[in-house]
Design a protein around this ligand. Structure first.
Ligand SMILES: *Cc1c(COP(=O)(O)O)cnc(C)c1O
Length: 364
């Protein structure tokens, strides 16, 4: 590593998350042409591993963008002219996806709940009885509020609406909790590299059902860069329409091997364990979870700053000890703080972090 490399600060922020050195180094492979056989081999060997981690037989496409690019793709490709999309919102990310639909000229209805609460399935059932939708979009793990939404219950309701495509953002929970794409009938399940995947930023993955391709063919203006029909054509040849981030693919390939070697169930259990460590610390230290009881995320804790401590000062203290957490997001920026416990972070890292936060609290 170069002598200029900055001192290591372990990130407990919800993206980009801490990336293991071995994964960073995997990006240093020699370049290959993206129309070469070597590239097709790399793409091809990633596919079954991606399908395994998404629990799907559907293809998993690679997008050269962060997760937001797949929002745009999903909104553009699944909603026909004159039809509507329904967005379940409960925080900053789910609200922004609704905005992306609108900015792409789609008619979007929004079912909102107060930040910190989960979108309840009854709300969805009621909305679907009133109006016809081409798609329902939701964020499984709202990274701003630390809420894990009951997507399994939404899936049950959507079984009665085969014409309505089910779009689920799993950006901050992918491989941190089970999301059985095929069992839940999720039509587009999307994530990006820099959160629960624990890679550097720059790429996104979407498991896309055949129903989405059928629907897309009925949508006139899908654009080009994020058009699923175009992407699928190249996918059939283990390729991408434009030049992908090959270095990141090397890293992703290695990371998928690590995930499967750990075992997905073991990985989920590790995330539960880390969530418990942070939730118990918050209670012990005199704080309160911002997320609704029963809906706490297994991958990120949003904690209400009930003691009114100076988060920036605590972070400065932590940084001197080689670690960093995050302030709140959006309109709860000052009211909350966030601790990510996703990706390759281990329970012992959280034990160390919480011990250091206790040290800071003792200085007050
Ligand atoms: C960060 C985040 C996004 C945005 O993803 P980018 O990769 O930054 O574009 C979308 N959804 C959720 C839930 C997120 O946490």
């Amino acid at each position: 590593m170069s002598p200029q490399k900055a001192e290591h600060v372990m990130l407990f922020i919800p993206g980009p998350v801490e990336v293991r050195e071995e994964i960073l180094e995997a990006q240093a492979e020699w370049m290959i042409g993206h129309r070469s056989g070597d590239f097709a081999a790399l793409y091809g060997r990633m596919q079954p591993k991606l399908q395994q981690t998404f629990y799907t037989k559907n293809p998993v496409y690679l997008y050269t963008s962060s997760g937001t690019g797949i929002w745009e793709s999903a909104s553009r490709c699944t909603v026909r002219d004159g039809a509507k999309i329904l967005h379940l919102t409960c925080g900053a990310f789910s609200e922004r996806w609704a905005e992306v639909s609108e900015l792409n000229g789609k008619q979007a209805d929004v079912l909102a709940v107060e930040w910190g609460k989960a979108n309840k399935p009854e709300q969805l059932a009621e909305a679907l009885q009133k109006e016809k939708y081409d798609a329902v979009a939701c964020v499984m793990n709202e990274t701003s509020t630390g809420v894990r939404n009951p997507v399994e219950a939404y899936a049950k309701i959507l079984e009665q609406y085969p014409e309505t495509l089910f779009l689920v953002d799993v950006v901050s929970i992918y491989a941190g909790a089970k999301v059985d794409v095929d069992a839940l009938g999720i039509d587009i399940c999307l994530t990006s590299t820099q959160k629960a995947f624990a890679l550097p930023p720059g790429m996104a993955f979407g498991a896309v059902s055949p129903a989405v391709l059928e629907r897309a063919k009925q949508v006139k203006n899908r654009g080009y860069y994020f058009d699923v029909v175009e992407i699928d054509k190249h996918h059939q040849k283990n390729n991408t329409p434009s030049t992908p981030p090959i270095s990141l693919m090397y890293a992703a390939d290695k990371q998928l091997d690590t995930m499967l070697a750990e075992g997905l169930e073991a990985r989920f259990a590790r995330h539960e364990k880390m969530a418990a460590i942070v939730q118990n610390w918050a209670k012990r230290a005199g704080f309160k979870m911002f997320s609704e009881e029963g809906y706490h995320s297994p991958t990120v804790a949003t904690i209400e700053n009930t003691r009114g401590i100076d988060i920036a000062a605590m972070n400065k203290f932590l940084k001197a000890r080689g670690m960093m957490i995050s302030n709140g997001y959006g309109k709860v920026k000052d009211k909350t703080f966030r601790i990510a416990h996703m990706g390759d972070t281990q329970p012992h890292h959280l034990e160390t972090l919480t011990a250091n936060m206790d040290d800071y609290l003792k200085t007050l």
